[in-house]
Design a protein around this ligand. Sequence first.
Ligand SMILES: Cc1cc(-c2ccco2)c2oc(N)nc2c1
Length: 155
Amino acid sequence: MSTTSRKVLTLVIIRKGSDILLGMKKRGFGAGKWNGFGGKVEPGETILEGAKRELQEECHLTSDSLKEVGLLEFEFKNDPVLLETHVFTSNQFQGEPKETEEMNPQWFSMDNIPYQQMWLDDKYWLPLLIQGEQFKGYFLFEGHERILNYDLTTL
Ligand SMILES: Cc1cc(-c2ccco2)c2oc(N)nc2c1
C-alpha cells in the first residue's frame, strides 16, 4: 500500500490581451522549461497568498485579482508524493515582468505557445484556461518527459 503524501503547489498564468506571460525556469525543479509562475505554499499562508507571493518573487508582478481556475494533480511513477497544483490566472496586474534568479519572463502570443519547451501536460489544460474554462486534471508521469496516463475534465 503506497502512502501518498501531498505537496501543495501554485501555478499562475498572467494574460494581457492575446498574450500570456511565461517564465523560463533557470534552476531547480523544471529548469529549462517555460512555465507559469509558482511553487510551494509555505506554512501559515493561504494558497492564494502563496500564488501572489511566488508571482512577485519570480517576476516582480503584483496581482490582486488572481482567480483559481484549475486543480492539477501530478504524480511520478514510484514516487509517493502527489503534487496538488492550484492554477490561477488574471489579466490585471501591476509592474513590468522582470528577470530574477529563478525565472526569465517573456510574453507569448496565444497562438505561439512553446509547448515543445514546456511540461507535457500543458498542451492538454492550457487551451482550456485560455478559453476561460475551469478544469481538474490528473497526470501520471514517468520521469519528466513521459505521461503514462491522465484524465482531465472541465467543471
Ligand atoms: C509535475 C509537474 C509540476 C509542475 C509544477 C507546478 C509548480 C511547480 O512545478 C508543473 O507545471 C506544469 N505546467 N506542469 C507541471 C508538471
